[in-house]
Structure formats: structure tokens, C-alpha cells
Design a protein around this ligand. Sequence first.
Ligand SMILES: Nc1ncnc2c1ncn2[C@@H]1O[C@H](COP(=O)(O)OP(=O)(O)OP(=O)(O)O)[C@@H](O)[C@H]1O
Length: 261
Amino acid sequence: MVHVLEFNDVSVVRNGRAIIDGLTWRVDESERWVILGPNGAGKSTILQLAAAMLHPTKGEADVLGERLGRVNVFDLRTRIGFSATNLARRIPPYETVDNAILTAAYAVTGRWREEYDKVDHDRAREVIEAWDLEALAARTFGTLSDGEQKRVQVARAVMTDPELMLLDEPAGSLDLGAREDLLYSLTEYAKSPLAPAIVMVTHHVEEIPPGFTHAMLLADGKAVHAGPIGETITNEKLSEAFGRSLEVSSSGDRYTARAAD
Ligand SMILES: Nc1ncnc2c1ncn2[C@@H]1O[C@H](COP(=O)(O)OP(=O)(O)OP(=O)(O)O)[C@@H](O)[C@H]1O
């Protein structure tokens, strides 16, 4: 079987420091992963690798069966849905929501000279409806609230029917209602047998959508623990990754966590 992601002893070195340090990790197409860890642990860097935005300094990283460093990353990126705030910053503030979603078809952020087919326009319309964006479609991206922009970012990631979906803090900065709405939409999306493999970075266990199957706990660029979610999101393992005593509880498919002392 070809893994969606296959990292073998991958390191990313910046200023002489391994910000990702010897990571070996596999993701299969039916899996939905969450990556948790303290600030600066390397979570976003892993997503940058998975999004073919970054090459490893050492080791081998295969994304959708293609080895980074040997493949045209511009072609590869059109097969990946990626939602991240630093990517959203590249969406021109004067771009309409319609166009911000449509341009994902070319994995670009601003409309320029690309030719879009009817199928792209139809798909954009479908995604706008599915992610409750009809009322915002004609608005410019720069006038949207943080929560509305997050929803557009996820819709962009869905637009191309990706083979791999990467979400960097999709619920970050959302109010409670908006977070729950987004989690509901993500849960429904992830539940579909047609949904791609998903890797989501978050700071909070409360933001893990029900149905996610695996978790990686990252600290100092190293995967401290990685595996099936129920075996990984535990008091001991979370406490080890965050370097403080934490207590986690679950109700149904949702988690909450707090300091144990
Ligand atoms: N280009 C760079 N040059 C030097 N250091 C970098 C560079 N990019 C990232 N880093 C450092 O690498 C570490 C990992 O960064 P990364 O953004 O992946 O962490 P993170 O776990 O996503 O953090 P956060 O939870 O705060 O968003 C951080 O210490 C960051 O300062």
C-alpha cells in the first residue's frame, strides 16, 4: 500500500537547530490525525513538509507517493488541501470570497491570468453552499471576521477534492459558537468515506473533531508519542509532551484537558 505520507528519519535544521528531529511517521488514506504539542514544538513545520512547501534537511519525505526533492511541487500541491493562517495572509484583501475559493483550483491565492473551467466554477459553488458561505460569497476577504476567514480557508482546502487535507489550527481564534459550528462541519466532512486523509494541528484537545483516529504529541521537534487517538491522548502522555501535569477527560467523542495540580 502507498502511504499518503511517509516520513523516514526526517529532520529540518534552522540556524543549526533541528526544529524537526528524526521524525518517522506514516499516514494512511483512511486515517485522520491530530498533532498536539507546546508552542514552538514544530507542528506547523510538519504541516509545511506535508504540504510540499518545505523540504527536509535530512531524511526522506514522501507525500502522496512522491519523494520531496524529486517531484514538481507545484503539481503535487494541487492534490493537497491546505488551510493555514500564514497561507491565508497571501489572499489579497480585495479578493472576493468567490474568487478566494476558486483560485484554490490552481493552488494560488490571487486571481490573475488562470483560465477556469465550468467544472471549477461549479465546484466552487458547491463548496460555498456546503460550508455555509453563500451570504459572504460576494464580500471581499479583507472585510471578513477571523471566524469567517477561517471558514473560507477550510473551504479553499476542500475545493480541489484533495487526496490529503491539512488543517493548521482551523478553529484558532474562533468564538465558542463558531468553533462548534466549524467542528460540526469538519466532523461531517471527515465522516464521509470519500473524505481524504486529514492531518490537523491544534493547541486544544477540545478542538479534536469526533471520528479522528490518530494523534501525534510533539515536543522539541520530536514525536514523543504517536498512535491511535485513545491510546495517545492520556494523562501521562499529554503531561510528558507538555512538560506539566495534565488531566484529560473524554465524553462521547470529545476531549477536555486541564492542569492536574
Ligand atoms: N525559518 C526559521 N528559522 C529559524 N527558526 C525557525 C524557522 N521556522 C520556524 N522556526 C522555529 O522552529 C520552531 C518550530 O516552529 P513551528 O512554527 O513549527 O512550531 P509550532 O509547534 O507550530 O508552534 P506554535 O504552536 O507556536 O504555532 C520554533 O521554535 C520556531 O521559532
